[in-house]
Design a protein around this ligand. Structure first.
Ligand code: DLL
Length: 435
């Protein structure tokens, strides 16, 4: 059984990898300088030109790119290839302001799917496998990315998308799925449903799962492994860097190997921007050195983690990142969907009869995220009939769904009942204890 998808790259000596990265970085910097006026301006402001970047040792000279830049340049401002060469977009949910739209040439898609193929092979996948992909399909990167990786490996691919859990289990049983790809919380839910339907691990053929897109703990890993009788592997990525497959777990399960032939990783101090030595905890920054349509130089992910180069028993030499240990911004991931409190605020501010005082309460019950938004009523509303209060609840609920892409339970509460704070308002109560 092949252990690697691309042994030459995955087990490359450090020296050879550095040479490859040097060569690709120099070419990539020139590509963005020549094709993206937005980047050229940022580089000029920092007094850097492509001539200053001769190797990865010069990486720190480049300016950072952040979500704010993506917003400024929305939608086409960071595109580095003519539209005629682009074949796809993927995107995150969210408002226009927060939405990230990533572009792909056919070559970008090939490389991205290749990264996902590495993750599938690392989890034991071969062309004998039946791979059930229950990440969302559509704009979200999870479904398309793992779908493409599964095709490359030659697995029989079940493009299920998420939802309709009993049907998922029926397919899993009828077709003998051996690999499951979805968010960890959905995997746990599938596991629970399997047991509720009167089945157990012996009634299915699953052997491995590839789970990511949201934080999950070791306890949750064990729970999923127990419920489904599988080995559960982590996978990481973000829309900005193509999607899943930036890094993936091997059988050692002590961190995720970063595909360093495509992404150079740095850890920085989120406050000062200073690059931190290996082993330090800080913000993860990626430079994509092979992407054509939407290359990112020194992109600040906002994810906090640690990188290590300790020798891995799987034989891969690719650097490993820890599970993300939190974020430097206020983004929440609820049922796999990225949610910013500011999106909630903007919905409330547009409503004349709701107050912008709100609190988000997130919890995890039976491995599924619960999401409640408590909104203070205005004084006028408080004296209204129950019927009109319900109508306001329904309206907020519908507007939140269209803004966030997931359903929240809206609870209108009495005026002045949400505690006021003297400093930053406590807008989020996250009881999930994920890190
Ligand atoms: O979640 C891409 C993805 C799809 C990854 C499927 C893995 C599997 P976004 O929606 O742009 O992209 O969200 C990216 O999700 O910055 C992290 O904060 C978080 N995240 C992604 N993978 C993991 C993971 C996809 N394995 C944001 N563990 C990232 C913890 C993760 N957090």
């Amino acid at each position: 059984m092949p252990k690697y998808w691309n042994e030459k790259i995955e087990c490359m000596s450090r020296q050879d990898m550095i040479s490859l990265q040097n060569e690709r970085l120099v070419a990539q910097v020139k590509h963005v300088w020549d094709n993206v006026p937005y980047y050229r301006k940022k580089m000029e402001e920092k007094g850097v030109t492509p001539d200053d970047i001769k190797s990865i040792d010069d990486l720190h000279k480049l300016p950072f790119l952040s979500k704010a830049d993506l917003r400024d340049a929305y939608p086409y401002g960071l595109l580095a290839k003519p539209l005629a060469d682009c074949v796809r977009i993927q995107s995150t949910s969210g408002t226009t302001g927060k939405r990230v739209v990533a572009f792909y040439t056919q070559n970008d898609i090939d490389l991205w799917e290749d990264c996902c193929a590495r993750a599938i092979v690392a989890a034991g996948g071969t062309n004998e496998d039946v791979c059930q992909v229950c990440y969302g399909y559509g704009l979200f990167t999870g479904g398309p990315g793992l779908n493409g990786g599964s095709h490359k490996v030659g697995c029989l691919t079940l493009p299920m998308s998420s939802g309709n859990t009993e049907r998922q289990i029926q397919f899993m049983r009828d077709l003998g799925s051996t690999i499951l790809c979805c968010t960890p919380s959905y995997a746990a839910y599938i596991g629970e449903t399997l047991h509720k339907m009167g089945y157990g691990p012996d009634d299915i053929k699953l052997k491995a799962g590839i789970f990511g897109a949201e934080p999950w703990t070791e306890e949750m890993r064990h729970e999923i492994e127990r419920l489904l009788g599988i080995k559960a592997y982590d996978i990481y990525g973000l829309t900005e860097t193509s999607g899943p497959g930036v890094s993936f777990e091997c059988e050692e399960q002590t961190g995720m190997h970063i595909n360093e032939d495509h992404f150079i990783a740095e850890i920085i101090d989120p406050d000062t921007g200073e690059v931190l030595p290996e082993g330090s905890k800080g913000e993860l920054v990626f430079t994509s050195i092979t992407k054509e349509a939407f290359p990112l130089l020194r992109y600040r992910t906002r994810d906090i983690c640690v990188l290590t180069r300790e020798k891995c028993s799987c034989g891969r030499t690719l650097v490993k990142m820890s599970k993300p240990m939190g974020r430097t911004d206020d983004m929440l991931i609820i049922r796999g969907v990225n949610v910013f409190p500011s999106q909630i605020e903007s919905v409330l501010l547009k409503m004349s009869n709701a107050s912008p005082n709100y609190q988000i309460v997130v919890d995890r019950v039976n491995n599924t995220d619960t999401f409640e938004i408590r909104v203070e009523m205005t004084d006028e509303m408080f004296s209204d009939t129950i019927k009109s209060v319900e109508a306001v609840e329904d309206k907020i609920s519908a507007d939140m769904l269209s803004m966030l892409g997931i359903k929240a339970k809206i609870r209108l509460v009495e005026p002045n009942s949400i505690p006021r704070s003297e400093g930053k308002a406590v807008r989020v109560i996250d009881k999930r204890k994920l890190v």
